[in-house]
Design a protein around this ligand. Sequence first.
Ligand SMILES: [Mn+2]
Length: 231
Amino acid sequence: MDKKLRNISSGCRINDKIFSKIVRRARRHGFVTERDIARFIKAEFKRAGAGPAFPPIVAIGKNAVDWHHRPTNAKLAGGGFCVIDFGARVNSYCSDMTRTIHFGRAAKSGRALYKKVLRANVLCTGKIRAGIDGHEVYMHARKTLGKHAKYFGHGLGHGLKKIIHARPRLGRKEGHFLREGDIVTIEPGVYIPRRLGIRIEDDVLVTAKGRKLLSKSTKKLVEIREKSLEK
Ligand SMILES: [Mn+2]
């Protein structure tokens, strides 16, 4: 296995472990604000002997409309969808994962929207293979999102190397052909102004025959119940 794959795979494993710890702690009401989760992620990177590939993004409710949101003291409880975007850096190599969880019970409409983003994530990942143009996969995401494509304002993904936003790009520009051994992100998102943001991002290895998913965290919608509703 080459150095890049070894280190990014190890970053992905660290991300998976951290995400499951976040969910466990959130269920015990161990986080009050966005910053609490961001702080936890950074501490966990350190524990794992890794660093951050970029400053973690934690964005609750309408804060997630800005997909580069910096964590604030905004309260999480009952705040709706929360985008958590982070990646471990291992021996300089960057990994990158996003999960969106829900604080409080999700409404039917929110759940449907989440499913739509998840569908784009899964279907686009299924299109990854050596030789395909990243732009084609990006266009497939737009098609899958249908009427919500207008709320998907960023690229579908990017290469991962020692820099976080590397080539090839899966976006508006044509001619970014994927090659065997590339590791790319697949990160469709929907951002409804003044309301919410949802993004689901995995790291995917391009293989000769297709692809291998390196991010293994669950993509089933996680809902964090409110304290007052517990018996
Ligand atoms: Mn990314």
